[in-house]
Write a protein that binds this ligand. Structure first.
Ligand SMILES: Cc1ncc(COP(=O)(O)O)c(C=O)c1O
Length: 415
């Protein structure tokens, strides 16, 4: 049957499907762009906080799709909602209304606390941040009539994505090198240095963009009071406060959105990663006032708000931000901190600092984090590197205390 189709359409013969780890990796090295440093295992199956490789080996997954699989792998509730949608309607584009998208927007906007909040859907964190940047510029230019206000202030060590604008917002030279000329209109400050930010804010500033916890940069939380001080500065100067919640959003830190720990409300913020529990989806949420900047025809995305992703996101949201889950995320984060601090006491020369909140955690080593990570993997634990020396954990919110303890025991053995 397949042969018949192949003959009729004269399609080129597909490469044979490899069945073993070595073959998959060999083919990957031949056919994939070599832009990732991939771990030498082929993951084939997942359930909850565990994944299995193609050889049947089990790993405790404390990085869960790099902070995307908020409810772990193959959560039955998310599967059921997603399957139902797959059987009903997949995609209609934004030319038409569709219920899952609207129901999801209603949940996100209500929880955000932004006045008259509105949602825009896209497919990734970079796109959500790109929307923030475009929103801020167009708000200043078209709604406020300040054509000169174009600059976005971001923070060294931050990460906002890989498109040209978001990689420029990402104040880390290693991500920008070779892509010049970079878009104009970005300035960089130090996280926590309010005086430094004040020096950069002027009549050409459109917005400040900040992560509540710098994730990729090494799990570095913004200092206490810093976001509030930025909010006050923005209010005093007519600058927009934009918050990147791509990694911290959807309950990961124990609140639906991490800015809610800081007693501030941004003008707009971005979401992705955990939003649809591992299906690609991003969102930009903004206040009604700021949202006037993007009327019909000014911005869009073909796949944004895709029905299947939206159905997965609704099912995820309802569990991930239930009060009991949020409480547990905070409590398990403190449990993890306690374990990590004990570890630090036993290995003060190796462990420099323990940072994070809820289900986003980093252990900074003196050196050699890549080697430790490789040994963790060999010992059956998956985590990843954030920055040069920090090992990051972003487990499923449904991870158990026993699994966290098991993970840190493997980590200690791998040190
Ligand atoms: C805080 C933050 N913003 C933006 C991004 C970019 O998201 P994406 O890779 O989905 O484009 C990431 C990805 O790691 C992130 O952690």
């Amino acid at each position: 049957m397949t042969e018949g189709i192949a003959l009729k359409t004269a399609a080129p013969a597909a490469p044979s499907v490899p069945t073993h780890t070595d073959e998959v990796i060999a083919l990957a090295r031949e056919v994939l762009l070599q832009n990732y440093k991939q771990q030498p295992i082929v993951l084939a199956r997942g359930e909850g906080s565990y994944v299995w490789d193609a050889e049947g080996r089990r790993y405790l997954d404390l990085i869960a799709g790099i902070a995307t699989c908020a409810l772990g792998h193959c959560h039955p509730g998310v599967i059921a909602a997603t399957k139902k949608q797959l059987d009903t309607l997949w995609h209609v584009s934004n030319v038409f209304y569709s219920e899952p998208q609207v129901q999801l927007a209603a949940r996100l906007t209500k929880a955000s606390g932004l006045p008259g909040a509105r949602a825009f859907f896209c497919n990734s964190g970079a796109e959500a941040n790109e929307a923030l940047i475009k929103l801020a510029r167009r708000y200043q230019h078209e709604v406020k009539g300040n054509k000169e206000r174009s600059e976005i202030i971001t923070f060294e060590g931050g990460f906002h994505g890989r498109t040209l604008a978001t990689v420029t917002a990402t104040a880390q030279p290693k991500y920008q090198a070779g892509f010049e000329p970079l878009p104009q209109g970005f300035k960089y400050a130090q996280l926590g240095d309010l005086e430094g930010v004040k020096k950069l804010v002027g009549p050409t500033t459109a917005a400040i963009l900040v992560e509540p916890i710098q994730g990729e940069g090494g799990v570095k939380p913004a200092p206490e009071g810093f976001l509030k001080a930025l909010r006050e500065l923005c209010d005093a100067t007519g600058v927009l406060l934009l918050i990147d919640e791509v990694q911290t959003g959807i309950g990961r830190t124990g609140k639906p959105f991490a800015f809610q720990h800081h007693g501030v409300t941004p003008d707009a913020f971005s979401l992705a990663k955990s939003l649809a529990n591992g299906l690609p989806m991003g969102a930009m949420i903004c206040s009604d006032e700021v949202g006037k900047a993007l009327p019909s025809g000014t911005h869009g995305s073909t796949f944004g708000g895709n029905l299947v992703a939206a159905a997965a996101a609704i099912a995820t949201w309802d569990i991930a931000t239930a009060p009991s889950t949020l409480q547990e995320n905070e409590a398990k984060g403190e449990y993890l901190r306690g374990l990590a601090l004990e570890l630090q006491k036993r290995h003060p020369e190796r462990i420099k600092e323990v940072r994070g909140r809820g289900m986003l955690f980093g252990i900074e080593l003196d050196q050699g984090a890549a080697d430790v990570l490789a040994r963790c993997r060999a010992n059956g634990l998956l985590a990843n590197l954030a920055g040069e020396k920090t090992i990051r954990f972003a487990p499923s919110y449904l991870v158990t205390r026993e699994q966290l303890a098991e993970g840190l025991a493997i980590f200690e053995r791998s040190l």
